[in-house]
Design a protein around this ligand. Sequence first.
Ligand code: ZN
Length: 252
Amino acid sequence: MQIFSRWKQEWNAAWEHIQEQIYNLSSEGKKTWHGLGYLFEQARATNGLRFNFGNARLIEDNQAIAPQPRLVMSETVFRELLYYMRRFRGEGQVMGFIDVHKDNAFIVSELVIPPHTAGPASADLDQDKFPFWLESLVESGKDVTKLRMQGHSHGDIASYFSAEDIDTIREEYACDWMVSVVGNRLGIFHARLDIYRPIPISISLPMFVENLTTYAEPNEILAWSSKLEDTQTGELIETVELSHKGRNNGKF
Ligand SMILES: [Zn+2]
């Protein structure tokens, strides 16, 4: 078989070159394996002897075993989330119940405000009240195993996961997966899915809102406002606007 013998020849030549490189490496110590690049075109030496073949990325569409994960909210849930983000003067917290659909849609069904103290650059859960708060959710018939969205606001500053946020995500959730959302008063959101077990992995999540409008009914404002003021301690903005258009001129 000619092809095989030719391949063998090429491989032998390549192998000799590799051995030469190894020899150079051991004799000179400092040489890296950049010379192997001709063999593996897609490889890059990222750190001395360490070769990098490609990058991690989410495999999409029919190449994947499941559709891409995404965070989905009804427009009502989204407007409620935006309302809270607009009313927190500094940081503030909001949690959400999530239903996971078979097609990997992470659907936020309901928002709740955990007991916390909000400051200009921090929002700390009230550790004493939190277990009782969870209990009261159970008593009212909620499935707290679905309480998988942890959201917080950055108030008037940029919306991004800070080093402190990432430390919290890395160390403080006692569950196998969690969705984190960060937003600000401008209504800029970022979401991520962190899976702790069986394999630790972090994925940036796109957020979808169905049939988005930006107004609020007076009864909605009343309900959201009392939810917020029941459990949150900290400075709130009295009146906020959701947008400049809409049925009630966006006034909350
Ligand atoms: Zn943050």
